[in-house]
Design a protein around this ligand. Structure first.
Ligand code: 4NP
Length: 156
């Protein structure tokens, strides 16, 4: 099974948004049985909490379900289990590489799946308050990520 883990700092704003949006696209293409999707945070402050009100409001607005999402922290076994581990910003990627230790894993940057973007990181709406901007980037990246995975794994 192909698996994708989105990672941010708190696992309440950006990575659960990416998890929900990506799952929506995967379901629309009938690939739910082929791709497992999850998200996690490098920090532990929000473990067990649903996504931030701003993330839920934006997802409601675009008709994408966030049912059942609860924050969790990255754990060592994630590095053995997931095919794609994707950090939302540079500090997430750096923290993931540190946590991976000597394991031979590739940690991806979410922005690398957004064609032609001028952004080098997905802005954190916890600080910017701008969930619309983050959603635009997340939706573009998720669409392209799915195309990339379909190509890489012969799902077309
Ligand atoms: P996220 O945003 O990493 O996109 O979930 C944040 C959520 C909470 C905190 C920081 C960023 N915090 O400091 O609690």
């Amino acid at each position: 099974m192909i698996s994708v883990l989105f990672v941010c700092l708190g696992n309440i704003c950006r990575s659960p948004m990416a998890e929900a949006v990506f799952r929506h696209y995967v379901e629309k293409e009938g690939l739910s049985g082929r791709i497992r999707i999850d998200s996690a945070g490098t920090g532990d402050w929000h473990i067990g909490e649903p996504p931030h009100h701003g993330t839920r409001k934006k997802l409601d607005e675009v008709g994408i379900s966030h049912a059942g999402l609860r924050a969790r922290q990255v754990k060592p076994s994630d590095f053995d289990e997931f095919t794609y581990i994707i950090g939302m910003d540079d500090s997430n990627v750096a923290n993931l590489k540190k946590l991976a230790g000597s394991r031979d894993v590739t940690v991806h940057r979410f922005v690398d799946f957004i064609p032609g973007t001028r952004y080098t990181e997905v802005p954190d709406p916890w600080y910017t308050g701008n969930f619309d901007e983050t959603y635009e980037l997340v939706s573009k990246g998720c669409r392209h990520l799915l195309e990339t995975i379909k190509e890489n794994h012969g799902l077309k």
